[in-house]
Design a protein around this ligand. Sequence first.
Ligand code: PGA
Length: 225
Amino acid sequence: TIADLKGIKQGRLRIATVTTTKYFMPRLLGPFCNTYPGIDIALEVVNRDRVLERMARNQDDLYVMGVPPDDLDIVREPFLENTLVVLAAATHPLAGRSDITLDEVAKEPFILREHGSGTRLTVERVFRERGLSLSVRMELGSNEAIKQAVAGGLGLGILSLSTLHADPRLDEVAVLDVENFPIRRHWYVVWPRDKELSVVAKAFLDFLRGHVDLLTHREPVPTSA
Ligand code: PGA
C-alpha cells in the first residue's frame, strides 16, 4: 500500500511519565502526531512509584522519570536537564540572600511532594547525606499546589525548574541561592532491557532524540537577586 511505501507508522503508543514532566512532555505530542498521524498516544501522568509499578506490569512502551531505579535491568537514556531548586515566597527574608547554608534552610518549614515522588526522594537523599532532616509543614501531591503554597508564604519548597516560568517572578516565588543547589540531574526515557520496542516506540524515541529543542524553551539561570 501507499502507506507502507511511505513508511507510515500506525498503532498505539503508551507512555507513562512522572508528574513533573507534564510541563514539557505534552509539547512533543503535537509535532509527533503531525509527523505520524497514524499513531495515537496514551500518556499516563503519575508519580514515580506509579510509573515503576506500571513498568513492573509491562503496561507501557516507554517510561519517563528523573530517578531511574538502580536495581532493575533497564535502559536509561538521559534527554534533558532536570534542575532542582529551593523556592521561597518572593517576600521571604531568605530571598535575595547569597550563600545560604543547608543547615539554615533545614530550620525552615517545608512544603514537600508526597512519598513515592521522585522529587521527594531526591530532596530526602540530599539532606540525609548531610545528616539533616527537614521539617515538613505540609505534604502536597501536586507541584502546582506547592508553588502556590510557597508563593503564599506557607514555607519553602523544592521543585524542578521545569515547573516554573522562565522568570520565576511570574510565579511570585524566588529561587534561593542554597549550598549544593541547584541540583542538576536529567530526565530519562527508560525501558526494560529485555523489552522488544515496538515500531511506534522506536519512532517516538527517534523523534524525542531529534526534537529536544521543543522541550528546552525554559532554562532560567537561578539567581539570588
Ligand atoms: P515526580 O518525579 O514527579 O514523581 O516527583 C520526578 C522524578 O522522577 O524526578
